[in-house]
Design a protein around this ligand. Structure first.
Ligand code: ZN
Ligand code: ZN
Ligand code: ZN
Length: 367
């Protein structure tokens, strides 16, 4: 009865389960649940669990007090609620009737306390990771997902356009970070996912967030920021310099810009994820910065900031249209400075589309 245009994420998941020999997925709050049902569930100590079965007999199990939120999300799945004194694992086992000895894929982010309860209630089942099914679906973005990523990308570009005005000597990273968080929402995101303002030597720690360090003339500053629009994430890094750049910085940044462009030029259908990493890494290595590029070139992005596909040596996944990921080479000089240039791209039929389009040059800010 399902027409092709009505094909839902759950329909696709049921087909993928059947192909993979998985009888059901057990998915708690998080990106998989949002992808499959649209329900943005709260991560509570009470069990929320989607039971998605290969035979299509799905159930969304929710605490009774969460039922109004779950209904409002119109998850397209019959709801089963349980009262405060009910055993939610018995409810889950009932929803898995006939599959007591089945192969169950458990959401990668389901808390261990829930998995252990489910394993007690279903002692004969075989357990595996739900991501074996969901990663294949989520990695290939539908047009509506690409559109949300595009809007998020444009919004974070507008934030970067205003960052230079916030960087003044004497202000702390935390003060600047709070201003950036406000701009992330003001420029069109629904929420703030993260803010990194890493000044001077802090820039050499790729995931430094913000801190009490005050900006000073001669600082290089790495600003890596993101939020989400309709659940889909932005993530973009640009480099800023206050006054005169530190020694060695300009040469390294020129090499970094070339590496970022080379990786972007390499990203197209039919090539491997690792070849995109190599395009950036080979260039930085030839320029003498290979040892200072301490992380992979990128990560997939969608409902999560970091998801498949990972752009890293050893990943021979062949890129396809609709795959979205970051290209973010960096150079980190311990104790001195760091730099990173990050754009999100989506693979198209002939290459890739940049979702972040700001100039790559380090932005000079008056001291
Ligand atoms: Zn990161
Ligand atoms: Zn990133
Ligand atoms: Zn980032």
């Amino acid at each position: 009865m399902v027409r092709a245009e009505d094909d839902s994420a759950l329909d696709r998941a049921a087909r993928a389960m059947a192909a993979a020999g998985v009888d059901a997925l057990l998915v708690g709050p998080g990106a998989d649940l949002r992808y499959l049902t649209g329900y943005h569930a709260l991560p509570l100590e009470r069990l929320t669990l989607l039971v998605a079965r290969a035979d299509g007999d799905h159930r969304l199990i929710v605490p009774r007090l969460e039922r109004p939120r779950a209904e409002a999300a119109e998850p397209g799945v019959p709801l089963v609620d349980f009262a405060e004194t009910d055993d939610p694992f018995k409810v889950a086992a009932a929803a898995l009737g006939g599959l007591e000895r089945g192969r169950l894929g458990v959401g990668d982010r389901l808390w261990s306390t829930f998995l252990l309860g489910l394993q007690d209630a279903l002692p004969a089942a075989a357990w595996s990771r739900a991501s074996a099914v969901t990663r294949e679906l989520r990695m290939r973005k539908a047009p509506a997902e690409v559109d949300a990523l595009r809007r998020a990308g444009a919004a974070i570009d507008r934030v970067h356009a205003r960052v230079a005005g916030l960087l003044r000597p004497g202000r702390t990273e935390s003060e600047v970070g709070r201003d950036i968080a406000e701009l992330i929402v003001a420029e069109g995101h629904d929420d703030v996912r993260f803010v990194i303002v890493a000044s001077g030597p802090n820039g050499a720690s790729p995931h430094h967030e913000t801190g009490a360090r005050a900006l000073a003339a001669g600082d290089a500053v790495v600003v890596d920021i993101g939020g989400s629009v309709d659940g889909y994430c932005s993530d973009s890094t640009r480099d800023y310099v206050i006054g005169a750049a530190p020694a060695g910085y300009a040469d390294a940044h020129a090499a970094l810009e070339a590496a970022q462009q080379a990786a972007r030029a390499a990203a197209r259908p039919g090539v491997t994820a690792e070849s995109v990493d190599a395009a950036a890494r080979d260039l930085l290595t030839a320029a003498g910065y290979g040892e200072l590029f301490v992380h992979r070139t990128g990560h997939g992005i969608g409902l999560e900031e970091h998801e498949d596909p990972y752009i890293v040596a050893g990943n021979d996944l062949v890129l396809e249209p609709g795959m979205a990921f970051s290209i973010e080479p960096g150079v980190y000089a311990r104790g001195r400075w760091g730099m990173r240039l990050e754009d999100i791209v989506v693979v198209t039929d002939g290459g890739c589309e940049r979702l972040n389009t700001r100039d790559l040059a380090a932005v000079e800010v008056a001291a």
